[in-house]
Write a new protein. Structure first.
Length: 297
């Protein structure tokens, strides 16, 4: 049995095209539910969920040991208002984790998709099942992005619950002055989570593309994290001037503009456009390259 460029098998029907088995429907191969269950049960998924779920508890303990964080710097930041309410604590957790910690689950879930199957020598058997290559990639990518979004939702939800128990349910105190009532703050945090997810699509695209290029999951995950860090470093080089506007990292904290009495959307719109543009190109490269790749693993 041989695997074709689409991952399907068959024999000539005498009309020039392959004859598919009776009842075979490419669109029903590798159901999302099956793939989701497989990925959720994996140890790395459970460990990542535990790490993100424990972070708010670690921060509460750190604040309890260190005392009130407010007023310790020359200027008031979101960190200085972390203990003002549960909403402030949730926003602070997003602030301290968005730059790096939340990059890890995205790179892990998206970079471990195809490379892990190749590493286990199960990729060719999946394609010979037969699962069409495009179907395989869509199923893997959809589940990976779903788990990435779940990770980004888990952290602030746990933080909001822990923060509310520790510091009370109240308005979100804005560092620059003013506040948002608890209901409005919760709505704005939903917008923040959505934006953080969109801003991480670049890392997802990098990890997914690398996953189709290598049989080493660690290489795909590590490569995506490394390139994301390089982007953050380049954004810190002020000599680049306006060129930094084309870096996704330049807009990763634009969500701070939405937790203001009068939200400002321009930064988030630009950041979304940059992130989506990079992600679309990277996902397209992954699909194009994998469609032509010889599968030997």
């Amino acid at each position: 049995m041989t695997t074709t460029s689409t991952g399907t098998t068959g024999h000539s029907s005498g009309t020039g095209g392959p004859e598919l088995a009776h009842g075979y429907r490419p669109g029903r191969t590798l159901p999302l539910r099956v793939e989701l269950v497989r990925q959720v049960k994996r140890r790395r998924t459970l460990v990542m969920g535990a790490v993100l779920g424990l972070l708010p508890f670690v921060l509460v303990v750190a604040f309890a040991i260190g005392g009130d964080p407010g007023g310790r710097s020359g200027r008031v930041t979101l960190m200085d208002t972390a203990t003002a309410s549960g909403a402030n604590f949730a926003a602070t957790c997003l602030f301290v984790s968005a730059g790096f910690l939340l990059v890890i689950p995205v790179a892990l879930f998206c970079g471990d998709t195809i490379a892990s199957e190749a590493n286990w020598s199960s990729l060719r058997y999946l394609l010979a099942a037969p699962v069409p290559r495009a179907r395989l990639l869509w199923s893997k990518l959809t589940v990976a992005l779903g788990l990435s979004l779940a990770a980004m939702v888990l952290l602030p939800v746990v933080a909001l619950a822990v923060g509310t128990v520790a510091y009370g349910w109240g308005p979100l105190e804005i560092p620059t002055g003013g506040s948002l009532d608890a209901g409005t703050a919760a709505q704005r945090l939903v917008v923040v989570i959505a934006y953080v997810f969109v801003s991480q699509l670049v890392t997802a695209g990098l990890a997914f593309w690398l996953s189709t290029k290598t049989d080493n999951p660690l290489g795909a995950v590590g490569g995506a994290v490394f390139l994301t860090i390089v982007g953050n470093v380049l954004d810190a080089v002020t000599a680049l001037g306006d060129w930094r506007d084309f870096l996704p990292a330049h807009w990763q904290f634009a969500w701070a503009d939405v937790i203001q009495p009068q939200p400002e959307w321009s930064g988030m719109i630009q950041g979304t456009a940059v992130s989506v543009a990079y992600a679309v190109v990277l996902f397209a490269l992954a699909f194009r390259g994998f469609a032509r790749k010889d599968i030997v693993s």
